[in-house]
Design a protein around this ligand. Structure first.
Ligand code: FAD
Length: 377
């Protein structure tokens, strides 16, 4: 019997597996995909997320971006340029493969092309039923993304989620030379969400996420984003596109118990304002890995500890992001007007996100009347 089986080897899973293997546990990582694999994601990293990565930036870096442009429709926009990078872009194929390689180097055994079908919790361990047979471990860390199978063992409700659409587009010939060097957000193209353009080395990630109810709404929003690249969108070379779900954090959901812990998207750890999930996947993977190290040989494992530590590290950030999302996306015109009139807000925001407690620091520095919106967080 293994000490731990980690299901899903994205950023949360590879991190959990690496941390547990480093401490000498017998860890098996399982993924239904074969790496390098694509995951629909814009792969924009904040500085705080990069600090958690165990490898040199040369292994994952696409571009360090110093400028942001925020649109409200086609013609109105605000620009911000900072001496510090406002975002680091990567590609999920390279980022996830580099993270997995680190886990393997410290002893994680890996089974690719192996789908987990269900879990059965027994006294002393968990049986993991997979397309390649049954396996057993003392604990399971479920890092299998938004449609998690591991979550079912905790009888946890399905996370609420937002539909998102992402495409890789070749950099168009454009008069706007900043296009391939600037992160673009458009607040007007999605209901309760936004559209983005993130530059990579040789391509651009374009996408939208929002409270869409049908495919026509997604297509409409996505075409609006493409229009920022060129008026003649037919000429754009789209190399890959697909949809996926962005889970929304719900504080009441079970994330640990019954010999199973959830991390990353499986636990619903995505920021509701920016859709940032990579940072939370890395943090929760780290905490889950440490938790199994401490609890493997305990007679009565303390599951509440996992949630407590996670909430101490990222709970406030996730709650503030939810509140910001409801304020900003609920009053988009007014918020855009405010950001236009008070440029320090945007500057404070982009600086704050490089810090570990980014949203908390941002809210702390707001003028007092605005801070009242967050008084109980
Ligand atoms: C369109 C889009 C754009 C995004 N852009 C950003 C961004 O720019 N920045 C950011 O920070 N976040 C972004 N996110 C969020 C980010 O992608 C996720 O939060 C992040 O991938 C979560 O990592 P994870 O390790 O929890 O799960 P994942 O990366 O989803 O990994 C889950 C792994 O589990 C495997 N798996 C699933 N089911 C099974 C099974 N039954 N058996 C075995 N293996 C299984 C999958 O193959 C996969 O490898 C975006 C999300 C979307 C949808």
């Amino acid at each position: 019997m293994r000490d731990v089986i980690v299901i899903g080897l994205g950023p949360a899973g590879s991190t959990a597996a690496r941390i547990a293997s480093e401490q000498g546990l017998n860890v098996l990582g399982i993924d239904k995909a074969v790496f390098p694999r694509h995951k629909p994601c814009a792969a924009g990293l904040t500085a705080r997320a990069c600090r958690l990565l165990p490898m040199h930036e040369s292994e994952y870096l696409e571009q360090k971006v110093h400028s942001i442009r925020i649109y409200m429709g086609m013609n109105k926009h605000i620009d911000l340029t900072d001496s510090e990078p406002v975002m680091i872009t990567s590609k999920r194929e390279t980022l996830d493969t580099a993270l997995l390689r680190r886990a393997i180097q410290v002893g994680t055994e890996v089974m690719e092309d192996c789908r987990v079908k269900s879990l059965q919790v027994e006294s002393g361990g968990v049986i993991v039923r997979t397309t390649r047979g049954n396996l057993k471990a003392r604990f399971v860390i479920g890092c299998d993304g938004v449609n998690s199978t591991a979550r079912k063992a905790l009888h946890s409700r399905r996370q609420p989620s937002l539909p998102a659409w992402e495409a890789e587009v070749e950099i168009p010939d454009s008069d706007d030379k900043e296009l391939a060097r600037t992160v673009h957000f458009d607040l007007s193209c999605s209901y309760k969400g936004y559209g983005w353009i993130f530059p990579k080395k040789e391509s651009i990630s374009v996408g939208v996420a929002g409270n869409y109810v049908n495919r026509a709404q997604i297509d409409h929003a996505f075409n609006k984003m493409l229009m920022h690249l060129t008026k003649n969108t037919q000429t754009l070379q789209i190399t890959r596109q697909c949809g996926h779900l962005l889970p929304l954090f719900t504080i009441s959901n079970y994330i640990s118990g019954n010999r199973v812990l959830l991390a990353g998207d499986a636990a619903g750890l995505v920021d509701a304002f920016l859709g940032e999930g990579l940072y939370y996947a890395l943090v929760s993977g780290e905490i889950a890995g440490q938790w199994v190290v401490v609890n493997t040989h305990k007679y009565v494992p303390d599951y509440s500890n996992y949630r407590t530590e996670l909430m101490q590290k990222v709970g406030r950030e996730l709650i503030i992001s939810k509140r910001l999302a409801s304020i900003v996306y609920g009053m988009r015109q007014m918020m855009f007007y405010l950001a236009e009139k008070k440029p320090f807000i945007l500057k404070e925001f982009s600086r704050a996100l490089s810090q570990t407690d980014g949203y908390t620091a941002f809210v702390r520095n707001l003028p007092i009347p605005w801070r009242l919106y967050f008084w109980n967080v």
